[in-house]
Design a protein around this ligand. Sequence first.
Ligand SMILES: [Zn+2]
Length: 179
Amino acid sequence: MNPSIEYGESLDYVHWKFKYNTSDRSFHDLVKRLNASGVQIKSQDQVRRYLNRLLGIKMQRVDCCFNNCMVFVGPDLLRRRCSLCKEFRYLGGEDEDAQGEFYNDISETSKLEAKAYFSYLPLIPRLRLLFANKDYAHTLRYPTTLENNPAPETLHDIWDAEMMKRWKREGTNTHCYSD
Ligand SMILES: [Zn+2]
C-alpha cells in the first residue's frame, strides 16, 4: 500500500493529539480502542518512525514529573525526584539504594521507566518544513510585510515590540536561550 495512504488517517489522529495536547498514555488508549472497534490506526511510535523516515523529523521523548510540576531537561536532566513536589521520577525509584539528589550518569537511567513523559517535535525541523511549502512560506513572511509597511506610533502585535526589534537587530535570541 502507498505509505501516504497507509498513514493518512493515522497522521490526522497524531495531528489531533498534538493540537489538543493529549497525553501519550491517553492517545495509546484511544488507538487501542479504535483498533478494537475496527478502525485501524497506527501507534504513535509507528507514525513517529514514518515521519522520521519521510521528513527527517525526530520526535524527542522528555521525562516530566508525574504531577506535571517540571520537566527533566538541562540542569535537571539527571534529577532523581521532582524539585518541587519531591515525587520520584522513575517507577521503583523509591526502592533504589542510593538516594542522592541526582543520578551520576545518564547511563544509570537508561533501563528505568519514567512515571510520566511527553513527546516533543523539535521546532527547527518543523519551521524548515513550513518554509519549504510555498503557501506557508508566504504566510511566514508576515513580519517582513510589517517591516516594509511601517506604521510608526502603532503597535500591531509582538513583532512591533522593542525586544523583538532588538533581537532582530542583534541577529538571534542568543541571550535568552541555548541548546
Ligand atoms: Zn512534581
